[in-house]
Design a protein around this ligand. Sequence first.
Ligand SMILES: Nc1ncnc2c1ncn2[C@@H]1O[C@H](COP(=O)(O)OP(=O)(O)OP(=O)(O)O)[C@@H](O)[C@H]1O
Length: 121
Amino acid sequence: MKKLIRSFGFAFKGFKYAFATQQNFRIHVFAAILASAAGWWLNISANEWQWVILCIMLMLVTEMLNTAIETLTDLVSPDYNKLAGHVKDVSAGAVLLVAIFSLVTGGIIFIPKIITLINAA
Ligand SMILES: Nc1ncnc2c1ncn2[C@@H]1O[C@H](COP(=O)(O)OP(=O)(O)OP(=O)(O)O)[C@@H](O)[C@H]1O
């Protein structure tokens, strides 16, 4: 049990490290809060919440994995190395793909509701 609590502590430390050092991670946390507030305000369905939560989690998880990969790359290859560059670029590409997926999903869910709201005003 003590070991399990310690593991949670390390995981939380990792979250704190990503939040403190990565501006992009802080932006994603802010975007997650905004999307949740919009979901609540626009009264989205349970199914739509599942998509929004999936996007938020995918975004945060990939950003944290990207941070881990960047940190490890800097540790292993502090000097310029073509392969180190590829590792970081591929990792950043993964984050970009999830960001595109999240934007498209958010658009599909929120834009029609916002248009309906504007038309009703
Ligand atoms: N050691 C290296 N060798 C070769 N190219 C590198 C190296 N470090 C960084 N690069 C190149 O510079 C780009 C930016 O790297 P950097 O570490 O600044 O990442 P970042 O995406 O700006 O991350 P951060 O979130 O820390 O600002 C990489 O995607 C890669 O193309």
